[in-house]
Design a protein around this ligand. Sequence first.
Ligand code: UDP
Ligand code: MG
Length: 138
Amino acid sequence: MEKSLVLIKPDAVERNLIGKIIGRIEDSGMKLLALRMLLMGRKLAEKHYAVHADKPFFKGLVSYITSGPIVACVFGGENAVEVIRGVMGATDPAKAAPGTIRKAFAENIERNSVHGSDAPETAKEEIALFFSDKEIFG
Ligand code: UDP
Ligand code: MG
């Protein structure tokens, strides 16, 4: 079964959107396999977003993602990565399709409520940053 890492980001946790976001992903047919609330430290944030280390938004992104608690989840299902990216919508909420999580909830291109892995291989690497094998039920 394909897996994807989902993070419910600080802006969404702050605004009591955890249940709504998990519900939308469950409603897409994906199965919740692992779940934890945590405060991301700087080191974990820099590892998780290492691919963006050279981008102009990197510093702000690390500061934002470590600014308050997040909820980390593993979801599994057929084409989990692609299905969840679809439910999330485009990175910039101004460009996100109607009915997507980011269209409904994101505040702006940075505070966009949710993270989802962008490929099955990156999903494996990302999941390993947050969960051990025995914490994943599937
Ligand atoms: N981001 C940002 N400014 C940008 C692009 C991205 O602050 O111009 C943040 C945003 O929170 C985004 C994250 O960096 O979700 C990772 O960017 P990516 O391009 O990987 O978007 P995603 O995969 O999350 O849609
Ligand atoms: Mg990405």
